[in-house]
Design a binder for this molecule. Structure first.
Ligand code: TYD
Ligand code: MG
Length: 464
């Protein structure tokens, strides 16, 4: 066998270089290249070189109707995965350490095992005692999950192959796994890649659904194994703010279902509880009497969600006033503030601006612009926004308010939760089917005028 060449692998993107350098040419990250000894490809060994054997080709038509799925009994997970776990599929569940990945997967394993499915849970991080303790806390001690503590992939595959075929195998976590075929330490890109490859190959061959748990680094990448994202069938992120009890499961890739769906959970003393009506939860402790809050009608995948956006505008004696934002994009806030200054004549340069999305949710939709603007204007002018209104619309640099997707679903959700009014982009709803009283704005200046007029208080809409 040829001598294994050392190679230099970027721990961030998995790019391979022939020599060491401080910066990765592929992704531009600094100090991520480490030396790993050869065989990093970890692919299956071939007999004779250059001599392949023909494979059987088939047509696109199949006898199977839908992908054979197994509902997990946790409907928020089923919603995100597109209806449950698909036989022989590989799913990566990523998230910050401590967010609740192990808890979620143990609950899924337990629920599935209760339906007489065979479920194996392999923990590479915790001793069996720890997992058993957690299972007791979750009331899953007698659910019938087979538990193993192991980090060697060959041993795991032997365990899975020995007995009856498992329906689900959970590998917690992929960063702790290592295979004999590679010399590098566990957690390095080549180990993670080779281990995942071996496990995924087993999944395809045996029909066992495999769930890999992956930790995420500070900057939001699944540590090291961004390479794994390409190999698996679905990538789900489990996110949330550890100071809040809400947890969001989000699909970022799904070969068997929609992406952009979210599942909402609440971390309780007895594990993760499903939240089937998240809007009610997110609006739970809303204060309606104070200025600076607006309710945004958001869409997360196919699900509408009402979220409170809060703003505080305070006089600043700093040369560069503070802009702080939690749960939204700070450059988006800077843009909205610039548009308010330049197009609506609202002076904010002498003020600190704080923006917060209640409940620890992270918004990524540009449709939140209008709600954020309304909250900021309300906070600045001190005029309380009507508590019965929801807001949505994207603000462009010209100050125009643009249309957003799925207005009817947003309005319907607002109606369901007792809202009676909505402020929406002009031309958005050609007489909407909802029975909300819809006010249309074509320009951010319209919104400023509307809030000023509504309050009867000081109106800062004076052009400079
Ligand atoms: P865990 O699933 O271990 O996180 P991860 O696998 O993503 O690292 O979750 C750990 C946190 O969850 C821990 O801080 C305690 C909390 N927790 C609860 O609040 N209630 C529970 O019932 C359980 C099992 C955990
Ligand atoms: Mg864990």
């Amino acid at each position: 066998m040829a001598r294994a060449q050392p190679q230099f692998v970027c721990q961030s993107c998995g790019g391979i270089a022939s020599r060491w350098s401080g910066r990765c040419d592929s992704c531009g990250e600094w100090n991520t290249i480490t030396e790993e000894s050869g065989g990093a490809a970890g692919g299956p060994k071939r007999g004779k070189q250059g001599r392949g054997s023909p494979v059987k080709l088939v047509s696109l038509d199949s006898e199977l109707g839908e992908a054979p799925r197994k509902s997990t009994g946790i409907s928020e997970f089923d919603r995100v995965s597109g209806g449950g776990l698909v036989r022989g599929s590989a799913v990566l569940v990523g998230g910050d350490p401590g967010i609740g990945k192990s808890t979620l997967l143990l609950q899924i394993a337990g629920e599935l095992a209760k339906t007489k499915a065979r479920v194996v849970y392999i923990s590479g991080e915790e001793a069996p005692g720890q997992v058993q303790l957690r299972a007791r806390r979750l009331g899953l001690s007698d659910a019938g999950v087979s538990l193993g503590a192991e980090t060697n992939v060959e041993n795991i595959l032997a365990t899975l192959g020995a007995d009856k075929k498992a329906d689900l195998a959970v590998i917690d976590s992929i960063q702790t796994m290592w295979t004999d075929t590679i010399e590098s330490a566990p957690g390095t890109v080549s180990q993670v890649r080779a281990s995942s490859q071996a496990l995924i190959r087993y999944a395809k061959r045996s029909g066992t659904a495999i769930v890999l748990v992956g930790h995420v680094t500070k900057d939001g990448q699944i540590a090291g194994p961004r390479v794994v994202e390409h190999m698996v069938d679905a990538v789900l992120y489990f996110e949330g703010d550890s100071s809040h009890q809400f947890r969001i499961l989000r699909a970022v890739k799904n070969r068997f279902g929609p992406t952009d769906e979210i599942g909402v959970f609440e971390m309780t003393g007895g594990g993760l509880a499903e939240v089937s009506n998240p809007s009610a939860l997110f609006l739970g402790d809303r204060e309606t009497g104070s200025p600076g809050t607006a309710v945004f009608a958001a869409m997360e995948g196919s699900r509408p969600l009402l979220i409170e956006v809060q703003a505080l505008v305070a006089d600043s004696n700093l040369g560069t006033p503070r802009r702080a934002v939690v749960g939204w994009d700070s450059s988006r806030l800077a843009m909205v503030l610039a548009v308010l200054e330049a197009r609506c004549g609202i002076r904010l340069s002498g003020h600190d601006v704080y923006l917060n999305v209640a409940g620890g949710l992270k918004l990524s939709e540009p449709a939140a612009d209008l709600a954020a603007s309304a909250a900021i204007i309300s906070a600045l002018t001190g005029s309380v926004l009507p508590a019965e209104n929801v807001y949505f619309g994207e603000v462009s640099l010209s100050g125009a308010v643009r249309k957003v997707s799925q207005p009817d679903a947003r309005l319907r959700e607002a109606g369901k939760l007792g809202f009676t009014g909505a402020v929406v982009p002009e031309a958005q709803t050609k007489k909407s089917q909802s029975n909300l009283s819809v006010s249309q704005v074509s320009n951010l200046a319209d919104l400023v005028a509307m809030i000023g007029a509504g309050s009867g208080k000081e109106n800062t809409n004076s052009s400079s």
